[in-house]
Design a protein around this ligand. Structure first.
Ligand code: ZN
Length: 278
């Protein structure tokens, strides 16, 4: 019997293509937040059919209270609310066997990814891990690995699915759309995306028997480029960080949880520099 921790972001949900779907206000957002719950539920149904028995859904978008508690499958616990100390990774330390990332999107600076960003579009220009530009999929997968959970399913746009397969060969991916630009995509009908997720989640539970957790070994360095130098000034307040450029701050650690916490601290500090200088 497997236990599953499911992180649900919004930009990569089937049907979503523009800021108005994800900005936490308005009629389009109200519609899209229901699709979020439906995709999570499709995963729970598929995984339960394949034998999984314990589920935690971490609402991982924006202010992190998008999913209505009465819309989620009652078999799951829901982590919802602002502010979560570990943000998209909240609850991942709860002893789960495997992780699903649903509604995920491409990294900040990807040339063809829907609503591309990494953690904070109003602060982060690019995030590098050991010199390589990475997105939330990679950063969160290593956090799961740190706590002994494999990554067995990733759903989102094409860029996200490719990032996941490069990172974890054998991971099940469910593509919900292909970006035509940052604010446009050819989207699958939400019901089709949910059908694919039901099947994908069942396949992921089988795959989880073979997949090893992505354990972060040795020393790793995160290098964050911000939109302005003032944001880097604020991020540099994190003890142990290093100013790696006019707009960039780096942090290195052997312990990946320490690295992740430094990343989150910088992500939260940097926007306090706004309004930007003229
Ligand atoms: Zn995101």
């Amino acid at each position: 019997m497997k236990s599953v921790w499911i992180s649900v972001d919004m930009e990569g949900i089937g049907g979503v293509a523009t800021w108005s779907h994800v900005m936490m206000t308005g009629v389009e957002y109200e519609r899209a937040r229901t699709w979020m719950a439906q995709e999570a539920n499709a995963c729970i149904e598929g995984a339960a059919d394949a034998g999984a028995s314990r589920f935690c859904v971490n609402d991982s978008h924006g202010n992190m209270h998008n999913i209505y508690a009465d819309e989620i499958d009652p078999r799951a616990e829901l982590l919802v609310g602002t502010a979560k100390p570990w943000y998209m990774g909240e609850g991942i330390d709860g002893g789960y066997d495997t992780c699903f990332f649903v509604g995920y999107h491409g990294r900040a600076g990807h040339p063809k990814a829907i609503l591309d960003h990494t953690y904070a579009s109003r602060a982060i220009y690019e995030c590098r891990l050991d010199g390589r530009p990475v997105g939330e999929t990679t950063l969160n997968a290593y956090l799961g690995g740190y706590f002994g959970a494999s990554l067995s399913l990733v759903a989102g746009d094409g860029a996200t699915c490719r990032e996941a397969r490069d990172l974890v060969p054998g991971v099940v991916t469910v593509q919900t759309k292909e970006a035509h630009g940052r604010f446009s995509a050819k989207v699958r009908h939400p019901s089709r995306a949910q059908d694919a997720l039901r099947k994908g989640a069942a396949a992921a539970i089988d795959a989880a028997a073979r997949l090893k957790p992505l354990v972060p070994r040795g020393k790793h360095e995160i290098d964050l480029a911000f939109l302005t130098s003032a944001m880097a000034d604020m991020a540099e307040l994190v003890p142990g960080s290093r100013r790696s450029g006019a707009r960039a701050v780096a942090y290195a650690a052997r312990d990946y949880l320490e690295l992740y916490k430094a990343l989150l601290a910088m992500v939260r500090l940097a926007p306090t520099a706004v309004p930007p200088e003229q």
